[in-house]
Design a protein around this ligand. Structure first.
Ligand code: B12
Length: 310
């Protein structure tokens, strides 16, 4: 179950918008906790996410709510997240379906062909936020339903990993700005969002050290020191990753009090230690970190400029 703060973060709108959608359009009716606070179950989150995608695509909230209520738009129907014309949304939906079909057939050539087309649709950040990552969520749903074998899921997610790695490399030569370490806490292997984020940050000219998944706590310290980092960003994709993320934050803060520590991903919330929670979407979060770090390093703080305490 999600609090309203967490639900707003996952859906990608403000808490006030969630309350308005509930009051005016009745799109969901969250239960209440014993203390009277709204609590959202996974179905409510899926419904609200569908609503947000339609509104992003230019639908009025009233029309979107009606389409969801009548089943005209299925809530689990995969991503429909493209701002712009209906034909853009159709293109995205058809690329997603082609990707899922190719994964179900374990057809690597077809997966590569869809990736070629999907990533050429728009900027890296836009393609990742509106098509690629939502398609991975749909891939996970297909796997959980049993429509896609582990072989197809592994093959397809690895093809995505190779594309993101290539984009990360391609962005490298411009890295001269504030220094950032990006990775996942111990035990966590879901690195595709993290690598997409690291790439978007690097494309903005920041100097990124990317660590990937399952990074031991002590190795975060090693990385921050070696890179003279101004910031560390932990990516937290599932609830199971939160305890080790919290421990990592505690250790980083204990050794580098001037380090800017931020978090992203669906469960990058409530990590303690003054962690800055970045925006949900990769493109927005990269811009946010860029702006914050330029302000932070101009103030003379950060592990890159402040003495480490160990
Ligand atoms: C690919 C995949 C894998 C691959 C990962 C490969 C890799 N190199 O990354 C492999 C095969 C390793 C894997 C393993 C497992 N997986 Co898996 N996996 C997935 C899948 C299909 C995609 C994961 C992903 O990249 N998500 C990231 C993006 C796509 O998700 P997102 O939350 O919408 O991200 C948005 C924002 O959070 C943001 N964002 C994401 N990251 C970041 C970072 C920053 C800094 C910022 C600012 C923003 C940001 O971007 C998106 C918005 O545009 C998901 C499906 C899903 N729903 O995500 C399952 C999923 C996450 N996996 C799941 C499970 C159960 C597992 C395993 C436990 C399976 C097992 N029995 O072994 C293991 C656990 C491994 C571990 N210890 O971490 C479940 C988790 C269930 C749960 N609620 O906890 C899921 C949801 C599948 C499912 N439907 O059940 N998995």
């Amino acid at each position: 179950m999600f609090t309203i703060k967490h639900a707003a973060r996952v859906v990608g709108v403000t808490e006030a918008t969630l309350r308005t959608w509930e009051r005016r359009y009745g799109v969901v009716a969250p239960e209440r906790s014993e203390g009277g606070y709204r609590v959202y179950d996974p179905t409510a989150i899926a419904t609200l996410s569908a609503m947000r995608k339609l509104v992003d695509a230019g639908w009025s909230p009233a029309r979107a709510a009606a389409a969801i209520r009548t089943g005209e738009i299925p809530v689990d129907g995969g991503p429909l997240p493209i701002p712009g014309s209906a034909s853009d949304a159709d293109t995205v939906a058809s690329h997603t379906q082609a990707f899922l079909d190719a994964a179900a057939r374990v057809d690597a050539h077809a997966v590569e062909a869809v990736l070629d087309e999907g990533l050429a649709l728009s900027s890296f950040e836009h393609a990742v936020d509106t098509w690629l990552l939502p398609t991975l969520v749909a891939l996970g749903q297909g796997w959980a339903r049993g429509d896609i074998d582990v072989a197809g899921e592994h093959m397809a997610s690895h093809a995505v990993l190779r594309r993101l790695s290539a984009a990360f490399e391609a962005a490298g030569s411009r890295a001269r700005g504030p220094k950032v370490v990006v990775g996942l806490p111990p035990g966590s292997q879901h690195e595709l969002g993290a690598l997409a984020f690291a790439t978007a940050v690097r494309r903005r000219g920041l100097d990124v050290l990317y660590l990937g998944g399952d990074v031991p706590e002590a190795s975060w310290l090693t990385a921050v020191r070696a890179h003279h980092a101004d910031a560390a960003v932990l990516c937290v994709v599932t609830a199971a990753d939160q305890p080790s993320a919290r421990n990592t934050v505690r250790l980083l803060k204990a050794h580098h009090s001037g380090l800017f520590v931020a978090s992203g991903g669906a469960f990058g919330t409530a990590l303690g230690g003054d962690v800055h929670e970045l925006a949900y979407r990769i493109g927005d979060a990269a811009g946010e970190l860029d702006a914050l770090l330029h302000a932070h390093t101009a103030g003379g703080q950060g592990a890159g400029t402040a003495a480490a305490q160990d």
